[in-house]
Design a protein around this ligand. Structure first.
Ligand code: ADP
Ligand code: MG
Length: 266
């Protein structure tokens, strides 16, 4: 069974894309065949791997009226265990194109079905909005990973995300779970970071991952060189933290599988 993880938070600049890229790369390093899907029209995750000119088939072609096969969009990376399904700005037109189609929220789930058995993990990067693209990601997924920036007002926006999550669980995808919340852009020198960490811990409790992602300039630089943190600066704190996060993520997925099996057997 493939674990499908949506990385979501409707705020921009909270480390979604950085987390999607480096979490996917770290899971791939754990010898799990991993597919990173870029569902953000801004295509930041895509650009971190490829030149836009080298993207022939994007998720827009897969999800839109074009109906390209998912397999046609998937591209290999330098890591033989890591694959990327790229985005293009055209994805921004999808909302309009899918308007009124009764199966609009299921486009990704349907497209992904044929490719799923090839991958152990799928990681989906989403735009900073709770529109049709993020809904498609959540309908297709087994789990949600929520990055929250260590900054004031960081938690405010999560209400809407959790409301969307509950609505998706209520009908199209009752199996969806929150795998965890991860604190990003943490700066241990500031009170703001420490205060928000406390606040996030009191709101989310055990859902919070133990691993915190600190502010690390290497994480900011690596996409410009079309590298993940693991080839760009493998010994940096950012690399170490994303490795630790991937370990926690894969452990929680395994634990969840065992728990679900026990439930099924009971
Ligand atoms: P989102 O996808 O939520 O908009 P990004 O991952 O693109 O957020 O991050 C926003 C900006 O912050 C980017 O310039 C990114 O390089 C930078 N960034 C993200 N995480 C870190 C980090 N841990 N340390 C330093 N810079 C970071
Ligand atoms: Mg992003």
């Amino acid at each position: 069974m493939t674990a499908i993880l949506t990385v979501a938070n409707q705020k921009g600049g909270v480390g979604k894309t950085t987390t999607a890229i480096n979490l996917a790369a770290a899971i791939a390093q754990r010898k799990k065949k991993t597919l990173l899907i870029d569902l953000d029209p801004q295509a930041n995750a895509t650009i971190a791997f490829f030149d836009p000119a080298d993207v022939q088939v994007s998720m827009f072609d897969v999800l839109g009226d074009h109906r390209a096969e998912m397999a046609a969009a998937i591209k290999p990376t330098k890591d033989p265990m890591l694959f990327v399904a790229p985005a293009k700005l055209a994805l921004a037109k999808l909302e309009q194109q899918l308007a009124g189609q009764f199966d609009a929220p299921f486009k990704l789930k349907d497209a992904l079905a044929a490719s799923l058995k090839e991958y152990d993990y799928v990681v989906i990067d989403t735009p900073p909005a709770l529109g049709i693209l993020t809904v498609n990601a959540m309908v297709s997924s087994t789990h949600l990973v929520v990055p929250i920036q260590a900054a004031y007002f960081a938690i405010e926006g999560t209400d809407d995300l959790l409301e969307t999550y509950e609505r998706i669980r209520a009908r199209p995808n009752p199996a969806l779970k929150v795998l965890g919340v991860v604190i990003t852009l943490f700066d241990k020198r500031t009170n703001i970071s420490r205060d928000t960490h406390e606040q996030i811990r009191s709101v989310f409790g055990p859902v919070l991952f133990k691993t915190r992602i600190g502010k690390n300039v290497r994480l900011e630089e690596s996409p410009a060189y079309k590298e993940t943190i693991f080839t760009f600066a493998p010994k940096s704190p950012g690399a170490q933290e994303y490795r630790k996060l991937a370990l926690e993520v894969t452990q929680r997925v395994e634990e969840d599988r065992i728990a679900s099996h026990t439930e099924d057997a009971a």
